[in-house]
Write a protein that binds this ligand. Sequence first.
Ligand SMILES: [Zn+2]
Length: 286
Amino acid sequence: MESLDVLTSLVAGGGVVVLSGAGLSTESGIPDYRGPSGVARRHTPMTFQAFTGDPLARRRYWARSHLGWRLIARAAPNAGHRAVAGLQRAGLVDAVITQNVDGLHGAAGSPAVIELHGRLDEVTCLDCGNLTSREEVDRRLREANPDFVAQVAAVNPDGDVDLPDRQVAAFRPVDCGICGTGMLKPDVVFFGETVPPERVARCFAVVEQARAVLVLGSSLTVMSGRRFVIRAAKRGIAVAIVNQGPTRGDGYATLSVDAPLGVVLPALADRLTGADAATIGAPTPV
Ligand SMILES: [Zn+2]
């Protein structure tokens, strides 16, 4: 594959910042919002406004998330996550920014991942600000809902699942275990919510120091991630995109590879960090 040669040359130069999206985790069993066909998910994601302003919406969210969490918690990193961690260890990838909330980069051994949209395995109190592990909240939710059993039809990348209304009605969410009354929310950035400014600033800082930005498995639909690609392009920093299907960043990219990450990333890592790495020599410009 000629584009793999070009990608190899680019990454071989080092100074790469990875920006990853849901497409990287699909092979871990966590489906993308939009697959290669571009078909959107079945229902609209919860907005921050609905979550905080509507008790029924909040109950629906926690009921679905209570079930979805078990599937997310079971998910293991795949060959793509491991390849990224390998490229970091080899000193070729300097930083990873992920739009995913599943923690799988860290589980694969990637150090210092910037989790742009937060982590699903932590829960924050919107009143006292206390952070609790999802495991602890999960234990309390099980206690509060001993008879809650439901069939999950499908799970979404944010740990949300499809669930009938009658099952939602029977579910009892829990409040903060520290202040006693505070509203609990997974420590992820909801739609309609802004990413904390200091986190965005850190991302811009690593992007601006990069030699190249490598987008993995994101359609760059939302500005939250696309802005880093735009900034890189404006600064003359190379942008490479590996994704199945077109992305909204293609106009900024110097290289677009439309292929499965589970094929491209292990091949890339093998070439650059595998036993044959020493024999590659200087990458050939294409
Ligand atoms: Zn609290």
